[in-house]
Design a protein around this ligand. Structure first.
Ligand SMILES: NC(=O)c1ccc[n+]([C@@H]2O[C@H](COP(=O)([O-])OP(=O)(O)OC[C@H]3O[C@@H](n4cnc5c(N)ncnc54)[C@H](OP(=O)(O)O)[C@@H]3O)[C@@H](O)[C@H]2O)c1
Length: 267
């Protein structure tokens, strides 16, 4: 059945490859990127390569939460139905480690932006008969510091990335409980896949980017919604698995969510 799918960060890496697979199937696709020229080029490339024309794009830099808020408004106005949201956009290294609001750019792009976007368009997803949200976490997961969340401290690239990916995972588990009619899953797509992010961060890779795109595709379209709901899929092992111990600490999750809501109060 044809689905309506939004993939953030689909101008490159595993998001772009997953979009290509989905375009070949003829799904209604909404791509997203931070650079208008690159996004338009990817939309044109996918249309040409697949012959499928139902592909549209949204340009928003996720380091600017005001812009994310505007993207949500635009989606609510322009997108008739939405079945699958893939929160894939992410950053590891950045020339500018802080976003405009003074908070670490990994926390803003990898955690606050998908959190804000999802909550602002969730009613659209609730209209779908089988809604899914796929949150791109990572094997890199580190306990979330409240000081990093609200921009009081700076940490290394690796630490900021790992904390942002655990924050996303904690929220993913929380959201799955809050919204039982939406199948929300957190995903480690596989470690050191061959993408720009990994080559910039580590200067090497272990596996092809297709490994990550294939599991995104499966969770978005094939895996049973009941099976994946509220789970963490670890694609290093190729199965649902155990996340960081913090992901099972309900008090801690509540604290992180409350802090997040306070930080996002102005939006
Ligand atoms: N590759 C791995 O081994 C691996 C492992 C675990 C988790 N992940 C996760 O998988 C997701 C995709 O990563 P990838 O490896 O495919 O990386 P990638 O090739 O660097 O792609 C990242 C995507 O996010 C976009 N993006 C980056 N910063 C942004 C910003 N400020 N605003 C809006 N969009 C932004 C990029 O846009 P541009 O095209 O403009 O750069 C690109 O479309 C990320 O969430 C990553 O953390 C990847």
């Amino acid at each position: 059945m044809k689905k309506s799918i939004l993939i953030t960060g689909s101008t490159d890496g595993i998001g772009k490859l997953a979009a290509l697979k989905m375009a070949k199937d003829g799904h209604q696709l909404y791509l997203h990127g931070r650079n208008a020229d690159k996004l338009n080029a990817v939309v044109a490339e996918l249309k040409k390569e697949t012959g499928h024309q139902e592909i549209e794009g949204f340009v928003v830099d996720f380091s600017d939460l005001n812009a994310v808020q505007h993207m949500a408004v635009e989606i609510n106005e322009k997108v008739a139905t939405l079945d699958v949201l893939i929160n894939n956009a992410g950053v590891f290294k950045s020339a500018q480690p802080l976003a405009a609001n003074g908070i670490d750019i990994r926390m803003v792009v990898n955690y606050f932006a998908p959190y804000l976007l999802t909550h602002r368009i969730i009613d659209k997803l609730k209209e779908s008969k089988e809604a899914r949200i796929i949150n791109l976490s990572s094997a890199a997961q580190s306990s979330v510091s409240m000081q990093l969340l609200d921009g009081q401290i700076e940490v290394s690239d690796q630490e900021a990335y790992a904390q942002s990916k655990l924050a996303l995972l904690l929220w993913s588990f929380y959201l799955a409980v809050q919204e039982p009619n939406i199948a929300t899953v957190a995903l480690n797509p596989g470690s050191l896949l061959n993408t720009n992010m990994v080559r910039e961060a580590y200067g090497k890779f272990w596996s092809s980017a297709d490994k990550g795109a294939d599991i995104i595709y499966d969770l978005a379209l094939i895996t049973s919604a009941e099976e994946m709901k509220g789970q963490y899929f670890d694609n290093d092992r190729g199965e649902f698995g155990e996340a960081h111990p913090d992901a099972y600490d309900e008090t801690l999750i509540k604290d992180v969510i409350e802090k997040t809501q306070r930080i996002l109060e102005g939006f």
